[in-house]
Design a protein around this ligand. Structure first.
Ligand SMILES: [Zn+2]
Length: 165
């Protein structure tokens, strides 16, 4: 009818995680997730890059591989990239455990899978010496509006101190 052909079976090009992200097997927060399997899990983990200016990182719900924006990879702040990788590795573990990390009936900031991933990232942020205001800034992401942001902070037990008055 339209006179065109669209092949819908486009392959996804996957790369080895460890070719692009090195040393994460030494991070305590990562080892806590995978234990003695850490090296093997990271060795086997695949990463898919996409070139949109929008979006950051995620984990495939189909097979648990990491998905990373090349734009973000080039331009993102190093500590934020580091924390995002740790956040996503929590999702990798959740995937292995058979947990659904996109339950559609639960708002993003209330999803137990997200709260767990953000908690691990925030603990790690503190460990590497980020200040509370830098952490608050890190958590301010474009896909959450003010209500979601406040909800997430509440779920993470983070208190926002504003001024002294
Ligand atoms: Zn997440």
């Amino acid at each position: 009818m339209l006179g065109v052909t669209i092949r819908r079976d486009a392959p996804i090009k996957l790369h080895r995680f460890v070719d692009y992200f090195q040393g994460f097997e030494k991070v305590r927060a990562v080892r806590d997730r995978f234990g003695p399997q850490t090296e093997k899990v990271l060795e086997d983990l695949k990463v898919e890059f996409f070139s949109s200016r929008f979006g950051f990182m995620g984990v495939s719900e189909e097979d648990g591989h990491l998905i990373v924006s090349t734009h973000y990879l080039r331009n993102g702040e190093e500590r934020e990239l580091y924390l995002d990788v740790i956040h996503e590795l929590v999702h990798v573990r959740q995937f292995q455990d058979g947990r659904k990390f996109f339950p559609e009936d639960i708002d993003y900031p209330d999803r137990p899978t997200e709260i767990e991933a953000y908690k691990v990232a925030v603990e790690e942020a503190r460990r590497i010496g980020m200040k509370e205001e830098e952490i608050l800034e890190y958590l301010k992401v474009p896909w959450m509006d003010d209500d979601d942001y406040t909800k997430l902070l509440g779920n993470l037990g983070i208190k926002v101190v504003t001024g002294s008055d």
